[in-house]
Write a protein that binds this ligand. Structure first.
Ligand SMILES: [Zn+2]
Length: 317
C-alpha cells in the first residue's frame, strides 16, 4: 500500500536546554542512526519541512503566547553576543535558547506539511522526528519541554484547512498530554484517547475530563500486556464508533521499561502492537491517514529501537 513520509530538519538540533538535559539533540541522532543501520530509513520518503505560518499556530495558541516566546527570543539574540545568559528559563525543566522558537515553528511546520501530504494522497502516513515536542504546550503556556503543540496544530489544520469533520488524537506518551487536552477539550470534531502513568507529571487528566477525552491513567510499573488489554477494551471501541477521517499520534516512547523518566514497562513490541491497532482503524475509516509526531523518549537506545518498531508498522515493513 501507500508510502510513509519521514519529516525531520537540522533546525531541530539547534534547540537545547542545557548540559545534561534529557530532551537533547542526541535523541534525534539516535533515531537517525537506527533508521540508517536497520535499513528502515531506505523505505521512507524524506520530505521537506517548512516553518509553520502564524495563522496555523493560532488555531491552537493565543497571540499573547506566540508574542511572549518571540520577545524572549529577541532578548536572547540581543543579550547573548553581549555576554548575557544564553537561556531563558520558563519552568524548572523548560528553557529557550536563541533557536528554540525557530525549531518549534519548524516542528509545527512538519506537522502541517505531513498532514497536507497525507491528505493529498502523496503519502499514506508519516512520522515526524521533531524537537521540541508539543503535547504539554497549552493554549497560552509553554511547559514540560514543550512550546508549541504540534499535534493540536495539525489536528486543527486537518479540520479547518482540509475540511475534515472528525479527527482522532492518540497519545501513548508516559505523561498525560495536558496541553493537547487544554486546546482540544470540548471540540466535538475531535476524539482524543490517551494512556499515561498516574499519579505523575503533569498531575492532570483524571478530574472529569471533557466528553471528547478518553483518558486511561495507569499506575507505575504497569506492564505492556495490561496496557494492551486496556487499549483493546477502551480505546478501540470508541475509535471505531467515532470513525475518524484521520488519526494523529502523539508518539512518546518514555513509557518504555528502560526509560528512567517514567516507570511503565512497555517494550518495542508493545509500541508495534499499539501502532498496528491504530493503523487498522485508520485503514478502515480514514484511508490509512496517520500523522505521527515524536513526543518523549529519553533512553537513547530504547527510543531508537521503539521508533524503528513504530515506523516499521507504519511502513508495512
Ligand atoms: Zn513524556
Amino acid at each position: 500500500m501507500g508510502k510513509t513520509g519521514y519529516f525531520t530538519h537540522r533546525d531541530f538540533w539547534k534547540h537545547e536546554m542545557g548540559q545534561g538535559h534529557p530532551e537533547c539533540p542526541e535523541r534525534l541522532d539516535a533515531i537517525e542512526d537506527r533508521l540508517l543501520v536497520s535499513g528502515v530509513g531506505d523505505a521512507l520518503t524524506r520530505c521537506d519541512v517548512p516553518l509553520a505560518a502564524l495563522p496555523d499556530i493560532l488555531r491552537a495558541h493565543t497571540v499573547e503566547h506566540v508574542e511572549h516566546l518571540e520577545a524572549l527570543t529577541q532578548r536572547l539574540v540581543a543579550d547573548v553576543p553581549a555576554g548575557g545568559p544564553d537561556h531563558a528559563q520558563l519552568d524548572p525543566d523548560t528553557s529557550l535558547n536563541r533557536f528554540t522558537v525557530l525549531a518549534a515553528r519548524r516542528a509545527a511546520g512538519a506537522a502541517i506539511a505531513a498532514t497536507d501530504a497525507v491528505m493529498s494522497g502523496e503519502l499514506e502516513n508519516a512520522f515526524c522526528a521533531v524537537r521540541p515536542p508539543g503535547h504539554h504546550a497549552c493554549r497560552d503556556q509553554a511547559m514540560g519541554f514543550c512550546f508549541l503543540n504540534n499535534i493540536a496544530i495539525a489536528a486543527r489544520h486537518a479540520l479547518e484547512a482540509h475540511g475534515l469533520d472528525r479527527v482522532a488524537v492518540v497519545d501513548f506518551d508516559v505523561h498525560h498530554g495536558n496541553g493537547t487536552e487544554d486546546i482540544l477539550a470540548n471540540d466535538p470534531r475531535v476524539l482524543m484517547v490517551g494512556i499515561f502513568q498516574h499519579p505523575f507529571y503533569p498531575y492532570s487528566g483524571t478530574e472529569a475530563p471533557a466528553s471528547n477525552m478518553l483518558n486511561l491513567p495507569v499506575p507505575a510499573y504497569t506492564k505492556g500486556m495490561d496496557v494492551r488489554e486496556l487499549i483493546e477494551m477502551m480505546w478501540i471501541p470508541r475509535l471505531e464508533a467515532f470513525k475518524p477521517q484521520m488519526i494523529f499520534i502523539s508518539a512518546g516512547f518514555d513509557a518504555h521499561r528502560d526509560d528512567d523518566l517514567g516507570q511503565l514497562a512497555l517494550t518495542e513490541n508493545d509500541f508495534s502492537w499499539i501502532t498496528d491497532r491504530v493503523r487498522n482503524i485508520a485503514r478502515r475509516h480514514a484511508k490509512g491517514r496517520i500523522v505521527s509526531m515524536l513526543e518523549g523518549g529519553y533512553n537513547l537506545g530504547a527510543l531508537a529501537r521503539s521508533v524503528e518498531a513504530h515506523v516499521r508498522v507504519l511502513a508495512d515493513l
